[in-house]
Design a protein around this ligand. Structure first.
Ligand code: AMP
Length: 537
């Protein structure tokens, strides 16, 4: 027997309408290319989104067409985040840090009909413009004149009224490509329904927990996995938003001057900004929470933020394929009386599944996957299913390497899960170092090395070894005032925690560790660099 409730499509237009009707006075602030701030209300944004919807329609975009953006975190990009899906087209944010050749291939596969380009990236955009063929281009923010149209002009020429008509919640709303660290970038095609449910899920109190009283700073780029869903979550909650634009800016000032309460970004950003936040001693007491993900954050850094700056750090784990949020790490009531050291250890785990997400820990036998126990020790591959997880990739045959035959996404992440449901990533399956037939976790070694006060950044990679197959090799960035050779001290520190064969034979000290297009340590480039500089061996 079917129930008798309304059939009501879960569509992003409802998020926008709600934000306008209920929170029309809330503000979006953007750092402009000249460093000044642009600010307006949700009500003003709403009118511009409706104009933009008319403008995009006038340019010939129809339901299902892909429309790309090549832009920083700005109010125009936010307008596009709503206008494109709300007319039934598909928002495709391009990663501005990819090479011209990679981008051309992605745009070709996506068959983007129109590209919105942020003028601050005009020069680099030119590099791949010729390769992508005769796409129509609309520019904003100081875009040179050789575009098909200017954004502001388009908005002026059309009416501020538009009736949304998303008939089916399963229409595609967005297309994001994976960052390609593990191979070729692959397209993930989100639906209105999946993004709507992801928005509700992350806004739960024990997840991002955004409220009307928050001022949210998404430092995660809007091309990285839909900015972790924040543009939708913040507006549905009625929170103010501060968008950092494209230029590195003084984060301490941005936080202090705008009363930021929640900020989100990868650990590298927080490692870099910590000394600045600590030294400048501006009033950052508004900042109640950091949402950190994309890579593991070290317990030492979590402790530094919580103890020295009084900011709660919440570790999140996910993937582009998961819209992207899968787990979130907050302490339970039962943890309140634990020692600080135990608390940081729990917080450094990647967290418990967001309600709505199912995890399983598996090992592969010749015929099937066997589920492993959640005992905090057994390591297995994490598999996921949820209403906001991809069921296959865009324009690509699904393989059993990616999706299981019984409907789970194979994340390729190796982890333990404890009895309370806290997952801890041990490594990417492909990054686990195999030495003499035994496994060594690069993440565990990195986390331990980051506890040394003179270590700023570290990447441990597996390098080929004739005798053992592979050996761990540590590449370290030291704090400015550190002694240059502290290899022995680091080895000693690791010896207290790990078996002898885990200790890297070699440490190399460098000024910088290369980063991927989304700001994570780029171990593939790092290995190539080590080889080209003859540093291995
Ligand atoms: P992406 O789709 O580019 O966001 O990459 C997803 C991958 O990033 C995951 O499969 C993990 O390997 C890694 N990742 C994401 N969040 C975390 C985290 N909090 N800790 C460790 N690894 C993470």
């Amino acid at each position: 027997m079917n129930g008798l409730m309304m059939s009501y499509p879960l569509a992003l237009a409802q998020i926008l309408d709600h934000a306008y009707r209920i929170h029309g006075d809330k503000r979006v602030q953007t750092v402009l290319p000249n460093g000044k701030m642009h600010g307006y209300t949700y009500a003003a944004l709403y009118e511009r989104v409706k104009r933009l919807a008319n403008a995009i329609t006038k340019l010939g975009i129809q339901r299902g067409d892909r429309v790309a953006t090549y832009a920083a975190n700005t109010y125009q990009h936010l307008e596009l985040y709503y206008a494109i899906p709300c007319i039934g087209a598909v928002l495709h944010p391009l990663n501005v840090r990819l090479s011209a050749a990679q981008l051309a291939q992605i745009v070709h596969e996506a068959e983007d009909k129109l590209i919105f380009v942020d003028g601050v990236f005009a020069e680099q955009f030119e590099e791949f413009r010729n390769e992508v063929g005769c796409k129509r281009i609309v520019g904003f923010n100081l875009m040179p004149t050789d575009t098909d149209a200017s954004y502001e002009q388009l908005l002026r020429e059309v009416e501020p009224t538009y009736t949304w008509n998303i008939q089916d919640e399963n229409w595609a709303m967005g297309l994001c490509y994976t960052s390609g660290t593990q191979g070729e970038p692959r397209g993930v095609l989100y639906t209105h329904r999946s993004m709507f449910l992801h928005t509700l899920a992350v806004n739960q109190a024990d997840v991002f927990g955004l409220t009307e009283a928050d001022v949210v700073l998404p430092l995660v780029p809007m091309f990285h996995a839909m900015a972790w869903g924040l543009p939708y979550a913040a507006m549905f909650a009625g929170a103010d938003m501060v968008l950092p634009g494209s230029k590195p800016t003084c984060l301490t000032n941005l936080i202090a001057e705008n009363g930021i309460t929640v900020a989100a970004g990868v650990p590298t950003v927080w490692a870099k900004v910590y000394p600045e936040l600590w030294k400048r001693r501006r009033d950052i007491s508004s900042l109640r929470r950091l949402i950190v993900g994309g890579e593991a954050m070290s317990p030492t850094l979590i402790e530094a933020y919580e103890k020295d700056l009084g900011v709660e750090v919440c570790h999140a784990w996910g993937m582009t394929e998961m819209s992207p949020t899968g787990t979130f790490s907050k302490l339970r009531r039962a943890h309140q009386n634990l020692s600080d050291a135990k608390k940081w250890r729990i917080k450094a785990k990647q967290g418990r599944p967001v309600p709505g997400v199912e995890l399983r820990l598996t090992t592969e036998t010749s015929t099937a996957f066997t589920e492993l126990p959640w005992d905090g020790e057994t390591i297995g591959e994490v598999q996921v299913r949820s209403p906001w997880t991809a069921s296959r990739y865009y324009k690509s045959e699904s393989t059993t390497e990616q999706f299981t035959t019984d409907g789970w996404l194979r994340t390729g992440d190796l982890a333990t899960i404890d009895a309370e449901g806290y997952m801890q990533i041990v490594d990417r399956a492909k990054a686990l170092i195999r030495s003499g037939g035994e496994s060594i976790s690069s993440i565990a070694l990195e986390t331990a090395l980051l506890k040394h006060p003179q270590v700023l950044e570290v990447a441990v990679v597996g390098v080929p070894d004739e005798k053992w197959g592979e050996r761990p090799f540590a590449v370290v960035v030291l704090a400015e005032q550190a002694h240059k050779n502290i290899s022995d001290a680091l080895k000693q520190q690791l010896a207290a925690e790990f078996p002898k064969f885990w200790i890297p034979d070699q440490f190399v000290f460098v000024d910088e560790i290369p980063k991927t297009s989304v700001g994570k340590s780029d171990k593939r480039s790092l290995l190539a660099q080590l080889v080209s500089q003859n540093l291995l061996g």
